[in-house]
Each structure stands twice: as structure tokens, then as C-alpha cells.
Design a protein around this ligand. Structure first.
Ligand code: FAD
Length: 601
């Protein structure tokens, strides 16, 4: 989502003409390819209509696009897999640069490296390991094969084997980027912390999405799994506790989350409260990935899971298989529901809002967070009985190798996190938006104090309802000042500028006037309440590398007032604004009743 700069039709016509003359694929609203590029799964962004879509075929075309757009001050929004939970790759303003034609992947098993163009998705990468039958090897990528490689890695990237190999961005060896002056540069860690290039490479690993330029190529290391036969263990188990067993269930979940698992084990869990399902209050879906043999997996489960039935079912519903088969089939089937929901052409398109939290797994955090989630699910079921809506809280397992680096090692800061946990609220009818936003606002207010620093959010699970003067702290903590310095070096005119982007350095100690730093779009949203930053008592706050708590003032400077959004007031703002910005059409790539075009719609 971009900051609003108005672009005249004459300017757009001129730049489209330039792209056409240089044979850069460019599409306007009447073109089918345009419809394909702007199609979204989340109905909140259904009317987003950029002035044009470009689909460059190579890096030199990307350079031309950036140079021509910057010269005319026409904003660019970059899209890779289009999976952003907060619509970061949608726009109703300027150019949508869709990288879908740049998806080549080259796997080199001699050097154990993979090079990927900036538009590749994880499925493109995994299929190389699968077709070469490279059992026992993994690329440290995403769970869902349709997620974009760039979008994932530039946000840090939390993969199914992160606990064994670190964040996705820790496997990044090189990145090639077209910067705001239209130059292409290949970056790596040269060992000189003072070089501007090294600092940009640092920034890309956790804060690279949409902030410093267009990443056109990535080089990553290929990792070797532990099991000599090239096997992994993976499975799914859905636990639907009966009402009478809820106390036992809550104890089991607390034990489960406070367990310090061996790094080879990753278990995600989603608490699901689906109003259409009435057999139990809530259910928890466990997704298992284990880097080792089935015997070792079973032993580890027996040693670690106190609840006998849960242990039995986790073992029963997991299977050992070759790692290539896991990549080809299992990973996609574990995430099938999410994949379908995030596919624009799916009949399951719906409205969805998200917020996320960065949890450690100490007793207090886990006890409080699980109790809040349980209560909120009860409230949700009572309040919205009979509606078509879903409340899901997903705990993505982190820690292990990802926690071994220092917080300043990459722009991705939340190294001590054990669970990146996100709330998703999803519903079918637009009239529910206000109620859903109101519900999320209250829910996240209760959970927020337990997130690291009382505010941490993982940028790959972003929250669209954050103000500009708070999002950098939430996503980057104290890495934000260095990011702003790097921004000034590489994008001093702030060409890559959007609502939740890295900003140019901010005057120190300035207390932002309420609403003063809110972008044009956000100003239209009601700003209703204020709180002094840092007054919340924080469980799971930041601590130093030996685990000692760091006082807030020393680690996170307090700038003054932060502005909270009245989320209910955001109702219909996105669709309402986009509706104003152009004549919409039924989009044949978004499922739906696009045949209505024939009737003049
Ligand atoms: C089903 C599903 C499963 C997921 N699983 C995981 C998971 O296991 N781990 C995890 O960490 N995240 C996960 N995510 C979140 C996902 O990693 C992020 O949403 C990620 O940003 C998506 O990347 P994308 O390229 O698909 O999205 P896009 O929406 O295309 O891009 C996301 C952001 O990156 C920017 N960007 C994209 N490409 C470039 C580029 N080449 N150069 C510069 N900026 C660029 C965009 O402008 C936008 O700001 C999941 C999301 C979904 C929907």
C-alpha cells in the first residue's frame, strides 16, 4: 500500500508509451493481464486498481521502469507472490510492478547454492530439489509454495526448518537490487561493517520489502538435513476437545508451549474457532515437521508431551518420508486451506484482518496468552453465533538456530522469539467488518503486553491498522534508527514510500502531534485514543544476549505519545477509497460472477 501522490492521466499515458516503445510488458485496466495482476484473495482489497501494471522480463527492464517512474515521481508498488496479509503489494495509485515473469531458479548442487529471480515463488524453488531427487536437502524457505521468495526473505522468513537452520534470511548469500537511482547492485556480506553496501545487505534481511529498491535476484545456500536417508517426519493432528475437557486441554497446551523443544522439532499450532462448526468450542490443529527419523521423533514426543492422548495422536498422525516427497506433496497439503484462501481465483475468497505477536515461552506469557485466547474464543462464539466467520490464532514455532544470532545481526530483530503468533479474523459478508475490527482491537489490546517489548510484531505477519509513528518500533525495535540511516543513503528522496515503510531519519526527541505523521490515506481514519509509550508493564520484554532484562529506557527510547487507531473507524475505508479511484470491473481471475461484464457492469 503506497502513500498517495496524485498522478495525472497525461503523465501515465507518457510513461506507458515509453514502456511500450521499449517493449516492456505493460497493461492497462482493459487488459486481461492487468486483471490477473491486480486480482486479490482478501476482499478488503478488491477494488485496488493501479493506473497500470508492468511485468518486467529482466533486470534491465526493472532499471528502466524505476528510472522513468522516479523522473516523473510516479509511485511504484512491488509485487512478488502477492501474499501480504495487509495488502502491501496492492495499490490504487501509480504503477504495480509485478515480478511474475522473473521466476527462473537455478540449483547448483555442487556449490550447494540456489539462485532465484526476484519473482520466484517457493514452489518454483522446491520443484528443483524435487525434480532432481535431491533427498536430504532443503532450501530454507516458506511453508506455502505460493508465497513469494523475495517477499518472504526480505521480511526475515520463518520456515519449517528455521529451528534447524535459522531464519530464511540467514541463508541468504547475495541479493541483487535495483535501487531508486535505477542502478543494479549485487550485495553480500563482505565483512566490512562500515561499507554502505554491507549495511544495505543487512537492511534487506528483515526490512527489505518495498523499502530500498526492487530485489531482482537472490542467492541462498542449500541446507543438508540430519537424517542420513534423507527422511523427514511430517504430520497433521486436529484436537477438538469436548467442553468438559477444557481444563485438561488448557493444561496440556500450557505444558506444550513452555516445553523447550530440541531444534530438530518444529510444531505449529492453530487454535480454530469456526462459527459454522458447532461440535466443539474450539479446535487446535498441530502441524509437525521433524528433521530426523520416525523412531527419534516418537521418542522425543514421548519425552516431551505430558498429555498421553496428545502424544499418542501426534505420533499416530505423522509419517516419515523422503524430503523431496515432503516438499512436493506434504507441505502443500498441510497448508492447503491457507493456500486456497490466499488464491485470488478461489471460491473461498473472504474478508480477513490480522495482527501478530512475538512471544517467548516463559510460564507467565504462555499462561496469560492461552487464557486470553480461550476467553476470546468463547466471547466470539457467543457474540457472533449464526454468522459465517472464523477466528484463528496460529502459533508458528521459531527459536532454535534463529535465536543464536544477536538482535543486531540482521534487520530482523526478534531473535529471542519462540512463537510468532498471529490472530486472523475472517468473514464472508462486508456488513460484518465493523464488528470484526472492533473485536480484533479489544483482543489484541489484551495480548499486546505479552509480545516482546510490549509491542513487537513480525513484519511477515503484519498489522495494517498501525500508525506510521509506531510501525517501525513494532517491526524493527531498536534496529529502526539504523534502517532510517540506511534509507537516507540509498533512497534519500524517499521514492519507495508507503504507509508502513522505513522512513527517512526522524528529528530526535520530537513528540509527534497526534495524527501529524499519518499518511494521506491514514488521515481519513479516525484517531481516537492516545497512550504514553512504554507505560505497559511488559512480560517478555527485550533482554540482553545473556537473557538479562534491559530496562526499557536503555533499549527503546521513548519518543512521546503514540497514536492508536480506532479500528472500527477503518470500516470500509479501503474499499470506499478504492471505489472512488476508478471504474471497477468484474475480474475473471477473482472467481465471482465476472460474466456480469456482459450486462454492462
Ligand atoms: C498461506 C500463507 C503462508 C505463509 N507462511 C509463512 C511462513 O511460513 N513464514 C513466514 O515468514 N511468512 C509466511 N507467510 C507470510 C509471507 O511470508 C509474507 O506475507 C510475505 O511478505 C509474502 O511474500 P509475497 O512475495 O508472497 O507477497 P507480496 O505481497 O508480493 O510482497 C510482500 C511485501 O514484499 C515486497 N516485495 C515483494 N517482492 C519484492 C522485491 N522483489 N523487492 C522488494 N520488495 C518486494 C512487497 O512490496 C510487499 O511489501 C505466509 C503467508 C501466507 C498467505
Amino acid at each position: 500500500m503506497d502513500a498517495i501522490i496524485s498522478v495525472s492521466k497525461a503523465e501515465m499515458d507518457a510513461i506507458v508509451g515509453v514502456f511500450k516503445s521499449k517493449k516492456i510488458p505493460v497493461y492497462e485496466p482493459e487488459d486481461e493481464e492487468y486483471q490477473r495482476s491486480v486480482a486479490v484473495a482478501n476482499l478488503l482489497y478488491r477494488f485496488t486498481r493501479p493506473s497500470c501494471v508492468v511485468q518486467p522480463e529482466n533486470s534491465s527492464q526493472v532499471q528502466t521502469i524505476v528510472k522513468e517512474a522516479k523522473q516523473r515521481n510516479i509511485p511504484i508498488t512491488i509485487k512478488n507472490g502477492g501474499h501480504s496479509y495487509a495488502g502491501f503489494s496492492t495499490t490504487d495509485n501509480g504503477i504495480l510492478l509485478d515480478l511474475l515473469r522473473m521466476k527462473k531458479v537455478n540449483l547448483d548442487m555442487e556449490s550447494k547454492t540456489v539462485t532465484l529471480e526476484g519473482g520466484a515463488r517457493w514452489g518454483n524453488a522446491y520443484s528443483k530439489l524435487v525434480s532432481g531427487r535431491h533427498d536430504g536437502y532443503i532450501i530454507n524457505g516458506g511453508r506455502c509454495p505460493t508465497v513469494g521468495v523475495s517477499g518472504f526473505i526480505l521480511g526475515g522468513g520463518l520456515g519449517p526448518f528455521t529451528r534447524s537452520f535459522g531464519m530464511g534470511c540467514d541463508s541468504l548469500l547475495e541479493a541483487t537490487i535495483v535501487t531508486s537511482d535505477g542502478k543494479e547492485i549485487t550485495l553480500k556480506d563482505s565483512g566490512n561493517p562500515k561499507s554502505d553496501e554491507d549495511r544495505l545487505f543487512w537492511a534487506l534481511r528483515g526490512a527489505g520489502g518495498g523499502n530500498f529498491g526492487v530485489v531482482v535476484g537472490l542467492k541462498m545456500s542449500v541446507q543438508k538435513l540430519q537424517n542420513k536417508e534423507g527422511m523427514v517426519v511430517a504430520g497433521i493432528y486436529m484436537w477438538s476437545p469436548k467442553l468438559k475437557d477444557m481444563d485438561e486441554f488448557m493444561t496440556a497446551m500450557k505444558d506444550f508451549y513452555t516445553t523447550n523443544w530440541e531444534t530438530q522439532m518444529t510444531i505449529d499450532s492453530s487454535w480454530v474457532c469456526d462459527l459454522q462448526q458447532t461440535t466443539s468450542d474450539l479446535a487446535v490443529r498441530f502441524l509437525v515437521y521433524y528433521d530426523g527419523s520416525k523412531d527419534d521423533f516418537d521418542n522425543l514426543i514421548d519425552r516431551s508431551v505430558k498429555h498421553k492422548d496428545l502424544a499418542k495422536n501426534l505420533k499416530r498422525r505423522s509419517l516419515a518420508e523422503k524430503s523431496t516427497r515432503f516438499l512436493h506433496e506434504t507441505l502443500a497439503s498441510q497448508w492447503l486451506e491457507e493456500i486456497i484462501k490466499s488464491t485470488p481465483s478461489s471460491s473461498k475468497r473472504s474478508y480477513a484482518i490480522y495482527s501478530s505477536f512475538v512471544f517467548k515461552n516463559n510460564k507467565k506469557t504462555i499462561e496469560s496468552a492461552t487464557a486470553i485466547i480461550r476467553d476470546e474464543m468463547k466471547i466470539f462464539r457467543g457474540k457472533f453465533a449464526g454468522e459465517k466467520a472464523l477466528l484463528q490464532v496460529t502459533w508458528i514455532h521459531s527459536g532454535g538456530e534463529a535465536s543464536k544470532k544477536k538482535r543486531e545481526a540482521t534487520a530482523f530483530r526478534w531473535r529471542d522469539c519462540i512463537y510468532h503468533t498471529y490472530i486472523m479474523l475472517q468473514w464472508d459478508e462486508k456488513w460484518l467488518e465493523k464488528d470484526m475490527r472492533g473485536f480484533l482491537e479489544k483482543f489484541k489490546e489484551k495480548l499486546r503486553p505479552f509480545s516482546m517489548m510490549g509491542r513487537a510484531v513480525f513484519i511477515n505477519f503484519p498489522d495494517m491498522a498501525m500508525q506510521q509513528n509506531t510501525h517501525e518500533r513494532a517491526y524493527f525495535g531498536n534496529n529502526r534508527q539504523e534502517l532510517q540511516r540506511i534509507k537516507k543513503i540509498w533512497d534519500k528522496d524517499n521514492f519507495f514510500n508507503w504507509n508502513q515503510g522505513v522512513r527517512l531519519p526522524q528529528p530526535k526527541g520530537r513528540t509527534p502531534a497526534p495524527g501529524a505523521e499519518i499518511s494521506a490515506r491514514m488521515t481519513r481514519m479516525a484517531v481516537s485514543s492516545f497512550t504514553a509509550a512504554g507505560i505497559i508493564e511488559m512480560e517478555g520484554g527485550d533482554d540482553d544476549d545473556r537473557g538479562n532484562p534491559v530496562p526499557l529506557a536503555a533499549d527503546e527510547e521513548v519518543l512521546g505519545q503514540e497514536v492508536l487507531v480506532d479500528e472500527q473507524a477503518l470500516t470500509d475505508t479501503i474499499a470506499g477509497e478504492h471505489w472512488e479511484s476508478g471504474i471497477p470491473r468484474w475480474n475473471k481471475f477473482e472467481g465471482g460472477i465476472y460474466g456480469l461484464n456482459d450486462l454492462g457492469f
